[in-house]
Design a protein around this ligand. Structure first.
Ligand code: ADP
Ligand code: MG
Length: 679
């Protein structure tokens, strides 16, 4: 069962199964001191009553624990028979558990009970380690305590059997606790200082080996793969810059272009991630990078995740370079065969300069004469394997790669998930943008919201209304959306309304989007399918229904759909009254800030890195056992720097001192992500 439920199949697995928390069992509360929001409490008292209470079909066992200061209610819903037989009335117990509040009374549900005076249940010094288990294990009574006991008996046999995984010089230099001592300590800490040291060492090791692997791959790629040096800035770039560019570049855009210019100027392949909040002007940077390729006799391509986005890029870019005598084409799933034929020919003859499209670009039939630059927009929609396919469009030297994302990624995540890429950030919006004003309202303000929408539409604006649709197959959500649509059409009989959701045929969806874009419809009722990239500058209000059901980065993405024109834009978050603390935090973060990076950090804090958008497709195993990317920033930084230094001096890890590290990488399954395919 341990194997099946927790992946623990060997002693080694067991030893590396770390506690998720420690509880100081030296502290006792009196009953009067207990408050419902305390994470856990420990009290001593006498069991004064114990009886089964039935409410309908549900039975519960209720006990009353007394001390000098009051009475505490103890409740069991399960194992009633066993508890009733084993607990003794008028006996003193040590009670441990999480307090909660019900009908104004504080109680503890399913407390741990130990007779007072029995050998204390903390065989491991003063801190009791707690381990995660699963529902299935708990059904078989394999609670945290049982796992702890298994580990403790294993620890007795441990000394002398654990091989160190880090070189002695590194242990000395960073004053790290040896592995064996760390493992013993982390399961059986004697004091907080040692515990901190042990955890530091184990976290460091975990992050260090990942960094060693990522940086090792990066290094080997940089030495193995040449790149085409774009030696000159030429006619296209200069003409565009001086005669066509409709506005001044922002400083951030200039800086990023310089970084790209430096990369592509070397004879090494560029692999750069460009992060920039929605509306920060990434398209322009992409276009100007493509012009660098063109100036050096190369072709470029740009891949977007959806047809409508590809179309939009094609339109925007065609307009920007109109008059420059460049050949640009659009290739998507719905491109006609005859057109396709022409595109293929022009690509191979080298006549076509820039190809924009969807993943249709990846198809084997698409081959270039001389592909110099690949631009991938909205990275999180593409898997690593798809990235790799574009690399292979050239036989010998791979094209330079620029990956763009509008989902700001916390720094620590970027260092791991995109650790093999160099990162550029556009951290400045074009001038004159008015920040979107965000409000959070409950149902009681709906009438006002509706008036406001009417006022905005009458003033010429357009409005999005977004409904949650967690999974496209959830019928009830679709019903919500359709009801919402009906409701909106009734409320606003004077305006035409569009509706899009993921179940519509792509052609139908695109038609509705187009109608909205052209202003034919004034209100767009939609699910999050509109989340990515669509540009309708005239839309100035984003209403998000049941906003408590959206994740933070999704809310931020949605908000990015407005605020693209000259008008003041608004984002209105509607929620029910009853929302969790976490939802409340998400919504208040949205109201407080427009800063995508701040939001990304908060998102990671609230959700943990494993759930963040993009990490699933990233190919990296996010089963970090002890390190936490949202908390261990400094350790991660140290791990990355240390790994970098070591690789700099010994890229192959060939020295006798570093052999141990090579062994560590090989035995570390966790770092076997798919980048190896690319490299
Ligand atoms: P995103 O980073 O979300 O892809 P876009 O490239 O779509 O952003 O740019 C958003 C809008 O800002 C576009 O309408 C674009 O023309 C405009 N824009 C981009 N750069 C500048 C600039 N330097 N000055 C003024 N407007 C700009
Ligand atoms: Mg964009």
């Amino acid at each position: 069962m341990l194997k099946k439920e927790l992946g623990i199949g060997t002693f080694r697995d067991l030893i590396y199964y770390y506690p998720y928390k420690y509880i100081d069992r030296t502290k006792f509360y009196t009953i009067r001191e207990i408050q419902s929001q305390m994470p856990y409490i420990q009290v001593k008292g006498t069991l004064a009553a114990l009886e089964v209470v039935a409410a309908g079909k549900v039975q519960r066992l209720v006990g009353l624990l007394k001390d000098e200061t009051g009475v505490l209610e103890l409740i069991w819903f399960q194992g009633i028979k066993w508890q009733k037989e084993n607990l003794k009335l008028n006996t003193r117990y040590i009670v441990f558990g999480k307090p909660s509040e019900f009908n104004g009374r504080i109680n503890v549900v399913h407390p741990e009970m130990e007779p007072d005076g029995a050998q204390l249940l903390t065989p491991s010094g003063i801190f009791q380690a707690h381990y995660n288990t699963t529902e299935n294990l708990k059904k078989k009574f394999v609670h945290s305590k049982v796992i702890h006991k298994l580990i403790l008996s294993l620890l007795e046999k441990l000394p002398g059997k654990v091989e160190e995984t880090l070189p002695p010089s590194l242990l000395r230099k960073l004053k790290l606790m040896p592995l064996e001592e760390s493992l013993l300590t982390v399961h059986k800490p004697e004091n907080t200082t040692d515990l901190r040291k042990a955890r530091f060492r184990l976290k460091f090791e975990e992050l260090f080996f990942i960094q060693l692997k990522i940086l090792g791959l990066k290094h080997s790629r940089e030495t193995k793969f040449k790149g085409f040096p774009f030696t000159q800035i030429g006619y296209n770039f200069n003409t565009f810059y001086h005669d066509f560019l409709p506005f001044e570049l922002t400083n951030a855009q200039k800086r990023v272009l310089k970084e790209i210019r430096r990369d592509v100027g070397r004879s090494q392949q560029m692999n750069r991630l460009l992060q920039g909040d929605v509306g920060s002007g990434k398209t322009l940077v992409a276009l100007m990078s493509a012009l660098m390729a063109l100036d050096n006799g190369f072709q470029a391509c740009m891949m977007a995740p959806t047809e409508i986005l590809a179309q939009q890029h094609f339109n925007t870019i065609s307009k920007l370079v109109d008059g420059m005598n460049l050949e640009i084409a659009l290739l998507t799933g719905s491109t006609k065969t005859s057109e396709r034929q022409v595109i293929h020919e022009k690509l191979q003859s080298g006549k076509l300069n820039l190809l924009i499209g969807t993943h249709a670009l990846i198809e084997d039939s698409v081959s270039f004469s001389q592909l110099g630059l690949v631009i991938i927009d909205e990275q999180h929609r593409f898997g690593v394997a798809q990235r790799a396919k574009l690399w292979q469009k050239n036989d010998t030297i791979p094209p330079h790669v620029l990956v763009m994302t509008a989902t700001p990624i916390p720094r620590t995540l970027a260092m791991t998930v995109y650790g093999d890429l160099d990162v550029s950030v556009i951290d400045e919006l074009p001038p004159g943008r008015k920040p979107v004003q965000t409000m959070h309202y409950f149902e009681n303000r709906r009438a006002q919201v509706i008036n406001f929408l009417r006022q905005q539409i009458n003033a010429g604006r357009q409005v999005y209304i977004v409904y949650p649709l967690i999974s496209e197959s959830e019928k009830s959500d679709l019903k919500n959306l359709e009801e919402g649509f009906r409701h909106v059409t009734e409320l606003f009989p004077e305006f035409s309304v569009s509706m899009v959701h993921g179940r519509l045929k792509p052609a139908h969806k695109d038609r509705e989007m187009q109608k909205f874009k052209e202003g034919e419809t004034r209100i767009m009722v939609a699910t999050t399918v509109i989340e990515v990239g669509v540009d309708v500058p005239n839309a100035s209000v984003m209403v998000i229904e049941s906003a408590e059901r959206f994740g933070l980065s999704q809310l931020h993405q949605l908000r990015g759909r407005v605020g693209r024109g000259a008008d003041q834009s608004y984002c209105i978050l509607m929620s029910s009254y009853k929302i969790s603390n976490e939802s409340r935090k998400r919504l208040s973060t949205m109201v407080r800030t427009n800063d995508g990076f701040e939001i990304a950090e908060m998102d990671m804090k609230l959700r943990g890195p494993g759930d963040l958008e993009g990490t699933q497709q990233s190919g990296i195993g996010f089963d970090l056992k002890i390190a936490n990317l949202s908390k261990d920033t400094e350790i991660l930084q140290l791990a990355r720097e240390t790994a970098g230094e070591i690789l700099q001096n010994d890229p192959q890890l060939a020295s006798s001192e570093n052999l141990i590290l090579r062994k560590g990488i090989l035995s570390n399954k966790k770092t076997e992500f798919e980048w190896s395919v690319i490299s």
